[in-house]
Design a protein around this ligand. Structure first.
Ligand code: PLP
Length: 436
């Protein structure tokens, strides 16, 4: 394959801005992975985005597969979102009172999602998960929670934990500042191990309030589970009187309008949302059936509130985004485009004998430097991240932007045209030639 003509070498303005930012923010950033710690070079400072492309402060343009880490399923600067946001913002940004737009978005979601009956808006995915855990504890009167190794649920104290040693393991916190007693309330299990799951739930049934899982684990590679494992989880939670939380902050409105619940046709007890639900604005939500949601204040005793929750500007962005996702065939078209893009790169890597596999679901993909089917966190070889580092550098040079970590997935938006994807696939193949 022919090398693409232009290479991007000048990132001097981003470099200067990053040096400045280090005076203001820890590590120069407001969210850690943005600091490019595990890839080459300073982070790009982005000044605008349009369609599938972003432009940095040095005026370099990139085809973007990070898409703000998932929210931008319609690409950057979507016309309908922009117009409704501008129209709404002209009347003020927040009132701390109910608005018609909040009703409109709530109605749109609940009428088109068969797995939930009532919801509460919050302002981030983390807040949604934190509130869902409190709700599960409030409803069951139990304390412990179960999570899976390789799933991320935001920076909630009880969930920033990894497995300790031993088989059934109580959590060990992965961050300073989390009291040991909090981490101990969390049990961490490997994905895809039904026997250990049964043993654990049986043993601690009287203490476990909920099991939380990313039904499409997409924060530590893309660890696609068999439906049978998710179904097993569902049935065991029923059996032991434990609530099942699907954390659909990434998969919600991404793999289907009804998220993974709809994709796999499995009914969880509580679902958490974030990312896409806000159309690029800070929105999260948690939802369940009417009975469970009746435990939330002011109807019930579980307290949860938010000054900027459901502010009209955020609701406008979410409403304008989600109406477009309901158009006939939206998800099928996006998945098909993604499949073709992934297949093109996979075919090339196979023909060259490169050890690469690219798991995909809907418009999510992940580049794994392995031929094995990876379904649990322990299977990922940390040494393979060195290859990702080179890939990331070569892609940036050629005008393709991936999230700056090999554990992160890529996202395709409806704004990525077939031509854009063909160009990006060719660049990916060229970059692979440098990696191997
Ligand atoms: C991104 C994410 C979160 C956290 O959402 P924030 O809006 O970053 O707080 C929680 N759970 C999952 C599955 C996520 O992907």
């Amino acid at each position: 394959m022919k090398l693409s003509s232009m290479k991007i070498h000048n990132r001097s303005r981003s470099a200067v801005l990053f040096e400045e930012a280090k005076n203001y923010f820890p590590g120069g950033v407001n969210s850690p992975v943005r600091a490019f710690k595990s890839v080459f070079g300073p982070p790009l400072f982005i000044k605008k985005g349009d369609g599938c492309r972003i432009t940095d402060e040095d005026d370099n343009t990139y085809i973007d597969f990070c898409c703000s880490w998932g929210p931008l399923i319609l690409g950057h600067n979507n016309d309908k979102i922009r117009e409704l946001v501008i129209e709404t913002v002209a009347n003020g940004t927040s009132f701390g009172a109910p608005t018609k737009l909040g009703n409109a978005l709530g109605k749109l979601i609940l009428e088109n999602h068969r797995y939930i009956e009532k919801m509460r808006f919050v302002s981030s995915g983390t807040e949604a998960v934190m509130s869902a855990i409190r709700l599960a504890r409030g409803v069951t009167g139990k304390t412990k929670i179960v999570k899976f190794e390789g799933c991320y649920h935001g920076h909630v104290d009880a969930l920033l934990v990894k497995a300790g040693s031993g088989l059934v393991t109580f959590g060990v916190s992965t961050s300073a500042g989390i009291p040991e007693v909090f981490a101990k309330e969390t049990i961490v299990l490997p994905l895809n191990d039904p026997d250990l799951l049964e043993q654990t739930l049986q043993q601690y049934a009287d203490d476990i309030a909920c099991v939380i899982v990313e039904p499409v684990p997409a924060n530590n590679g893309l660890l696609l589970q068999d439906r049978s494992f998710l179904m097993c989880l569902r049935l065991k939670c029923y059996k032991y009187g434990i609530l099942l939380i699907f954390d659909e902050v990434i998969s919600g409105f991404r793999v289907d309008f009804e998220g993974a619940a709809g994709y796999y046709d499995i009914q969880p007890d509580i679902i958490t949302f974030g990312k896409i639900i806000g159309g690029g604005m800070p929105v999260g939500a948690y939802a369940a059936n009417k009975e469970i949601m009746s435990h939330i204040a002011p109807d019930g005793p579980v307290y949860q509130a938010g000054t900027l929750s459901a502010n009209p500007v955020a609701m406008a962005a979410g409403y304008a985004a989600l109406t477009q996702l309901l158009e006939e065939g939206f998800y099928e078209r996006l998945a098909e485009k993604t499949r073709q893009f992934v297949n093109r790169i996979q075919y090339y890597c196979d023909s060259k004998g490169y050890e690469v596999s690219i798991p995909q679901i809907g418009s999510i993909f992940w580049i794994a430097f392995s031929k094995e089917r990876i379904i649990s966190a322990a299977q990922i070889d940390p040494a393979s991240m060195e290859k990702f580092k080179v890939l990331h550098r070569e892609l940036l040079l050629r005008g393709v932007y991936l999230g700056p970590s090999g554990y992160e997935v890529g996202f395709i938006s409806s704004a990525h045209t077939d031509a854009d994807l063909e160009q990006a696939a060719q660049i990916m193949c060229e970059a692979m030639d440098v990696v191997f």
